[in-house]
Design a protein around this ligand. Structure first.
Ligand code: PGA
Length: 245
C-alpha cells in the first residue's frame, strides 16, 4: 500500500487569528495549500480554512449538541471549515481526564459529521505499549461498521515522547505501527488495516523526520512544537514530499 506521507501540524493552544494568517501567508509562498494539514485552535479554524488548506480541530465534544457549557460539537467545527479532528490526544486523556468511552463517542460524532477522525493513541513511560494500544484501539473502534471508518487515521504518540525532545526510534515506531495494524486486522480485516494511514507523533523534528519516514510502516507524522515556525513547517513538508513508500 503506497501512502502519501503527510505532515500534520498540531498547534495545541498557540496562535491567534492574525498569527494564523501570518503563518499561512508565509508557508503558502512555498507549499501548495493541499500539502498543508494543521490542527489549529477552534478560534483559528475559519481563518485557516479560508486559505484552502486541510484544517482540523484538536478536539470535539462527545455529544452532538446539548447542555455542555464550553464544549464544541463536530457539526460546529465542520461548519467553520474543519475537515478533520484529532480525537483522544494524550493531553486530552492525561491532562483533562478524557475517558476511553468519551474517545469512542467522539469518533462516532466525527463519523456522523463526515469529519476525518485522527485517533491518537500511545503508552505512558513504563507502560506496555501493546497492552495500551490494544485497549485504546479496541475501546474506540470495535463494532463500528468498517464502511464508516474509511477516512480514519491513527496517530501513535507515545506520551513520553510528546514535547520532551525524545522521539521514539524509527524501529520502535515501526514496531508499534505494525502492532496497530495487527489490532486493526483483528478488529476488522487485513484489507482495512492495510489502508489506514498510521502517523507517528512525539518530538518530530527536521533532524529525525527523514529516518522516521524512511520506515514503510510510518505513513506520516503529527507534529507539535516543530509545526509552529513557518520555515520549519515548510522543511518538514518538503522532506515528506520527497518520500513515497
Ligand atoms: P511534539 O507534540 O511534536 O511537540 O512532541 C506532538 C503532539 O502532541 O501531537
Amino acid at each position: 500500500m503506497a501512502f502519501m506521507k503527510r505532515v500534520i501540524g498540531n498547534w495545541k493552544m498557540h496562535k491567534t487569528v492574525p498569527e494564523t494568517k501570518k503563518f499561512l501567508e508565509e508557508v503558502l509562498q512555498t507549499l501548495p495549500p493541499k500539502e498543508v494539514y494543521l490542527a489549529v485552535p477552534f478560534t483559528a479554524i475559519a481563518a485557516a480554512a479560508s486559505f484552502g488548506i486541510h484544517v482540523g480541530s484538536q478536539n470535539i465534544a462527545a455529544a452532538a449538541e446539548g447542555p455542555f457549557t464550553g464544549e464544541i460539537a463536530a457539526r460546529m467545527v465542520k461548519d467553520v471549515g474543519a475537515a478533520f479532528s484529532l480525537i483522544g490526544h494524550s493531553e486530552r486523556r492525561h491532562v483533562f481526564g478524557e475517558k476511553e468511552g468519551d474517545v469512542r463517542c467522539k469518533i462516532l460524532q466525527a463519523i456522523e459529521q463526515t469529519l476525518t477522525p485522527v485517533l491518537c493513541v500511545g503508552e505512558k513511560l513504563g507502560e506496555d505499549f501493546k497492552e495500551v494500544l490494544k485497549r485504546q484501539l479496541s475501546s474506540a473502534l470495535e463494532n463500528i461498521e468498517v464502511g464508516k471508518l474509511s477516512a480514519l487515521m491513527i496517530a501513535y504518540e507515545p506520551v513520553w515522547a510528546i514535547g520532551t525532545g525524545k522521539s521514539a526510534s524509527p524501529d520502535d515506531a515501526a514496531k508499534a505501527h505494525a502492532f496497530c495494524r495487527e489490532i486493526l486486522t483483528d478488529l476488522f480485516d487485513s484489507n482495512f488495516a492495510a489502508h489506514v494511514p498510521l502517523l507517528y507523533g512525539g518530538s518530530v523534528s527536521v533532524d529525525n523526520l527523514p529516518s522516521l519516514l524512511a520506515c514503510s510502516q510510518v505513513n506520516g507524522v503529527l507534529v507539535g512544537g516543530a509545526s509552529l515556525v513557518p520555515a520549519t513547517f515548510v522543511k518538514l513538508a518538503q522532506i515528506a514530499r520527497a518520500v513515497v513508500s
